[in-house]
Design a binder for this molecule. Structure first.
Ligand code: C2G
Length: 129
């Protein structure tokens, strides 16, 4: 049973997120998602449109996602890898290299981002009409 984990805000869930989640799940048998809490988003300098509860509800509805857990700090990843028996850590390659310290604990895979879509772009397009 190969267990995969990834982390993110996943606000205004879109096909770029789904592409990432699908490919992450394809790397194993079970995908755990560390979903940024509203408080952690503040630390990340992000304000999500949807609350944690709504983002959690949508993420749990994605067929590639097996479990959603709270991401409330930068430092919890090593503990999570042990706690959830993780074999593979996955992030989009906008994070390339940032989590290489986790290689001591599990495989680290950076997947290419999906071009032409982002939560920020969606917000800007909606604002500009
Ligand atoms: N993503 C992607 N393609 C896009 C947009 C996002 O592959 N067009 C990926 C990102 O690379 C990330 C995941 O989808 O791996 C979630 O993106 P965000 O919600 O923006 O997550 P982020 O704010 O980068 O938080 O501890 C890690 C952080 O919580 C990551």
């Amino acid at each position: 049973m190969k267990r995969v984990i990834t982390y993110g805000t996943f606000d205004l869930l879109h096909f770029g997120h789904i592409n990432l989640l699908k490919r992450a799940k394809d790397l194993g048998d079970c995908l755990v998602v560390g979903l940024s809490t509203d408080e952690f988003n503040e630390l990340k300098g992000k304000k999500s449109y949807f609350s944690y509860e709504k983002r959690e509800y949508m993420l749990e509805s994605v067929k590639y996602v097996d479990e959603v857990v709270k991401e409330s700090s930068w430092e919890q990843k090593i503990e999570d890898i042990k706690k959830y028996n993780i074999n593979v850590f996955v992030m989009g390659d906008d994070w390339e290299g940032k989590f290489d310290y986790l290689k001591e604990y599990c495989e680290v895979v950076y997947l290419s981002r999906t071009e032409g879509i982002s939560t920020t772009e969606i917000k800007e397009n909606l604002r500009c009409g």
